[in-house]
Design a protein around this ligand. Structure first.
Ligand SMILES: NC(=O)c1ccc[n+]([C@@H]2O[C@H](COP(=O)([O-])OP(=O)(O)OC[C@H]3O[C@@H](n4cnc5c(N)ncnc54)[C@H](O)[C@@H]3O)[C@@H](O)[C@H]2O)c1
Length: 349
């Protein structure tokens, strides 16, 4: 067997390598540095090729491709969303992704993105909250205490200054798991018996449940004035978490309107209902929170640039940490046109 050449090799970050990388950097520092990359890319929003993600819907879930490019780098993520998976011992959301060089079209990185999606979603939520949440917010309710929940809690601690999380899940064992995992990480956790109890005294409400239906995780009476809602779980046609009346009382901030109007909470509203793009708040083109009594809502669905930022961040970390394997991914014959000859030579060897 001949050794693959240098051009054949693409760095591959397995789940094991990703976990080693996150632990070596430290979870909070990883989230904070990743959030800076996410923010940096939102600030140069106009540089990106943007398209709503390509979704293939089925009875139990969705498989999506999320591509984008800034003209120098190209990235895409494969991601699924299958709420029933959790009951079968699988993840609701799994993902992997690629970063490539636009100049040659050659992939530069192939990586797991199940962990990375949880990290980038939490980092993005926290960046949005930095601009939109009430000043001095210390308490956050987290409704839905599954795979994403601890990442959200730690990101909001590191980036927004949250010190208390009030947890609610229809399955109490999920809240207990979340509280257990957060023990010792500098957050006070309170397990609540209902969504109503969880939102009491919360400055920020994160909804991150998984259910393939129009759910009502928050009813209008649960949302007092002045809170920031970080609505993460409603991210597909026919899959929402908030009662429509909450949307009518809120100022709504979104990633990329053409995608959010299909997938976000705002699918419940008229197609021309006013929303503000998050990048415009970050660049100062639009206002974020302007009054203490205002309800701000980040209608998060997850956009390709956030994965691009995460891919970029991981790529930049590889050289100094070395947590990757070399994958023989690209055929590289001695003479570029002799691909068939490469096959014949392999048969001989
Ligand atoms: N916006 C984004 O960028 C983004 C990124 C990743 C995941 N998501 C979405 O976030 C959601 C959560 O993902 P996950 O990986 O944590 O899923 P998960 O299956 O691990 O956890 C979901 C939790 O929600 C709970 N739940 C379901 N219905 C509930 C209800 N009515 N009230 C309270 N709790 C309820 C479940 O018991 C479970 O513990 C999914 O819908 C996923 O599609 C969004």
């Amino acid at each position: 067997m001949t050794q693959p050449s240098r051009l054949a090799i693409v760095p591959f970050v397995s789940v094991d390598s990703m976990m080693k990388l996150v632990l070596a950097v430290g979870v909070e520092r990883f989230l904070t540095e990743l959030a800076a990359y996410v923010e940096e890319d939102f600030l140069r929003w106009e540089a990106f090729d943007k398209t709503p993600r390509v979704a293939s819907h089925s009875h139990d879930g969705v498989i999506e491709l999320m591509p984008t490019s800034d003209g120098t780098l190209y990235g895409f993520k494969y991601v699924n969303g299958h709420p029933k998976n959790m009951r079968e011992g699988r993840q609701t959301v799994t993902a992997f992704g690629v970063l490539a060089d636009v100049g040659s079209g050659y992939p530069m990185l192939l990586t797991e993105m199940t962990m990375l999606t949880a990290l980038r979603t939490a980092a993005t939520s926290a960046v949005a909250a930095k601009y939109l949440a009430p000043k001095g917010a210390r308490t956050m309710a987290i409704i839905g205490n599954g795979a994403q929940s601890e990442f959200q809690a730690v990101a909001f601690k590191a980036i927004v200054g949250i010190d208390t999380v009030r947890l609610y899940d229809i399955d109490r064992s999920a809240s207990e798991k979340c509280a257990r995992n957060l023990a010792g990480l500098g957050l006070e956790t309170v397990i609540c018996a209902s969504g109503q109890e969880a939102v009491e005294g919360a400055d920020i409400i994160t909804t991150v449940t998984a259910d393939k239906q129009y759910a009502t995780i928050l009813t209008d009476n649960m949302v007092g004035s002045g809170v920031h809602i970080n609505a993460v779980g409603g991210d597909c046609p026919g899959k929402t978490e908030l009662h429509r009346d909450i949307l009518l009382r809120s100022d709504i901030f979104v990633e990329y309107p053409p995608q959010t109007r299909i997938e976000g909470e705002i699918q419940q509203l008229a197609p021309d209902h006013p929303v503000t793009e998050l990048w415009q708040v970050m660049t100062g083109k639009a206002e974020g929170r302007t009054a203490s009594k205002q309800i701000t809502l980040f209608d998060s669905v997850g956009f390709a640039t956030e994965d691009f930022s995460a891919l970029r961040y991981v790529r930049d970390k590889l050289a100094s940490t070395g947590f990757y394997e070399e994958l023989d991914l690209l055929a590289d014959p001695d003479e570029p046109r002799d691909l068939f000859g490469m096959l014949l030579r392999a048969a001989k060897s």
